[in-house]
Design a protein around this ligand. Structure first.
Ligand code: FES
Length: 166
C-alpha cells in the first residue's frame, strides 16, 4: 500500500460533514493499519513513519493506536502461525510438552518467528474447543487431540511449506 495514495476526505466522503479533521484522520488509521498489514503481514516502522507524516499525527500516537488492537503486529510474522492452546483443559492434557517440542524443533520460543519467516509460534488462553484438548491451531485450522504423532505432522507440514511469503 502506498501511503501517499491514502485519501482521508475520499474515505469519509459520506460522513465527512459530521467529523472534524482530527476525527477523520484517526478514523482512517485503522483502515490504513489493515491495508499495511495485509500487504506486509505486520506494520513496518517505515510505513508507520510515512503514515505519521501523511496524516500529520505524531508517530507515538500512531503506535499507541496500533498497540490498542491485539491483531496488529510490529515484527515480521511467519508464513505459518502455529498457536498452542495453554488453557486449563489443554494444559492438563499436555500442552506444555507440545509447546516444548515445537520450541525445540524450530529453535524459537513462544512469541518468536523463525529467521526464515516460515513460522511464528504463539500461545493462546483457550480456543473454545476444550473437548479436543490439547489443541493447536495451524494458521486458521484447529488440530485437536495433539499427541506425538500429530505434533510430528504439524512440524512436517510447516517445514515442507514454502519458506518465502508469496
Ligand atoms: S483450554 Fe484449550 S481449547 Fe479450551
Amino acid at each position: 500500500m502506498k501511503i501517499e495514495e491514502l485519501n482521508v476526505d475520499e474515505h469519509y466522503k459520506e460522513i465527512g460533514e459530521v467529523l472534524t479533521g482530527d476525527q477523520k484522520k484517526k478514523g482512517i488509521l485503522i483502515h490504513a493499519f489493515q491495508q499495511i498489514q495485509k500487504e506486509y503481514n505486520y506494520l513496518p516502522e517505515d510505513k508507520l513513519k510515512e503514515l505519521s507524516k501523511k496524516l500529520d499525527i505524531p508517530l507515538s500516537d500512531i503506535y499507541s493506536a496500533a498497540s490498542f488492537y491485539k491483531h496488529f503486529y510490529f515484527k515480521p510474522r511467519g508464513k505459518n502461525v502455529v498457536c498452542v492452546c495453554m488453557g486449563t483443559a489443554c494444559h492438563v492434557r499436555g500442552a506444555s510438552k507440545v509447546l516444548e517440542r515445537l520450541e525445540e524443533e524450530f529453535g524459537i520460543k513462544e512469541g518468536e518467528t523463525t529467521e526464515d519467516l516460515s513460522m511464528t509460534l504463539e500461545t493462546v488462553g483457550c480456543v473454545g474447543c476444550c473437548g479436543l484438548a490439547p489443541v493447536v491451531t495451524v494458521n486458521e485450522e484447529v488440530v485437536g487431540d495433539v499427541g506425538t504423532k500429530k505434533v510430528n505432522e504439524i512440524i512436517k507440514r510447516v517445514k515442507s511449506s514454502d519458506k518465502v511469503r508469496s
